[in-house]
Design a binder for this molecule. Structure first.
Ligand code: R5P
Length: 295
């Protein structure tokens, strides 16, 4: 590791960022923030900073977080920082990669362009890449790394749900379910999903005998839970036994989580990319190894 490197994070990321710092044996500090009564943010960096700075921040609930992040990056440059690596386990605004309705902003491109102005490198995990297949298409940086948590998810399935079939909700999920199934040495199926609204999806299951079969649902993101709830209804009708749903990024509210449980999915399991009580799979070593390789 470059000895002139340190990692800083915002308060919500203290636990995972500190674990990465310990793994890399580098200094760690927290960025202070304050919200003004009108909703504006104040950002104060922990000084002094090292020249090679890693900033850790996941971008769930992204609007305020992105503003604070770019303020932190700009202020760091003003204090002599020469190199900024953004470690953002959950990278927001990746799902809109086309203009679905005329006039819609393509947020993936816009946020990519914005953040690229402030950072030199980005490391993220399971970004929602579908029609756009590479992070570099929107993040114009020398180094833009998209890691995957499928190894960790596959190992978790092998340990806790051995032999269960892994089911992904749509074509985009095939990249994650096929990789996790290979690690867990099990079978996988991919359903078909048509989205009609934020909470309305129509799912078609591929034909096979689901009766009495253990199923683990896997996807990159759970948000409202609507996708998994629709799948659960169909699987229950066919006599399958759903063991859990496992995601890289859990963005689910308490209310939506309750609906997922009521739909017959006994538990939500997630990586620690976004702080949530469903976090069971740490990404510390995945992220630390990636940082080690480039610094
Ligand atoms: C989008 O295509 C993602 O891969 C997820 O399937 C989606 O974000 C899940 O959303 P929800 O939980 O709201 O159905």
């Amino acid at each position: 590791m470059n000895p002139n490197t340190m990692i800083i994070c915002f308060s919500e990321g203290e636990t995972p960022a500190r674990a990465i710092a310990e793994s890399l044996s580098i200094d760690y500090a927290t960025i202070a923030t304050k919200k003004f009564p009108d909703g504006e943010s104040l950002v104060r960096l922990p000084l002094p900073l090292k020249k090679n700075l890693i900033i850790y921040r996941s971008l769930d609930r992204p609007n305020d977080k992105i503003i604070e992040l770019i303020m932190a990056c700009d202020a760091a440059r003003a204090k002599g920082v020469e190199h900024i690596c953004l470690v953002t386990p959950y990278l927001a605004y990746m799902r809109q990669d086309i203009e679905n309705q005329p006039g819609e902003a393509i947020s993936q491109t816009i946020i990519g362009k914005l953040l690229s102005n402030y950072i030199d490198e980005i490391i993220t995990v399971d970004p929602h890449l579908h029609r756009v297949t590479s992070l570099n298409q929107n993040y114009h940086l020398h180094t833009a790394i998209a890691l995957s948590a499928t190894q960790q998810i596959g190992e978790y399935i092998a340990e806790h749900y051995k032999g269960a079939i892994i089911l992904g909700p749509d074509a985009e999920s095939e990249q994650w379910v096929s990789a996790a199934a290979e690690i867990a040495e099990t079978d996988f199926v991919v359903a078909n999903k048509v989205r009609h609204g934020d909470r309305e999806v129509h799912i078609t299951l591929p034909q096979r005998d689901y009766k009495g079969k253990d199923i683990v649902l896997v996807d990159d993101i759970i948000s409202t839970g609507g996708t998994f709830i629709s799948i659960a209804k169909l699987l229950k009708q066919q006599g399958a036994e759903i063991k859990a749903c496992i995601v890289t990024h859990c963005l689910c509210s308490e209310l939506d989580e309750q609906k997922v449980l009521e739909a017959g999915i006994p538990s939500i399991i997630s990586t620690d990319s976004v702080p949530h009580h469903s976090n069971r799979i740490a990404l510390t070593e995945l992220l630390a190894d990636s940082i080690r390789q480039i610094h």
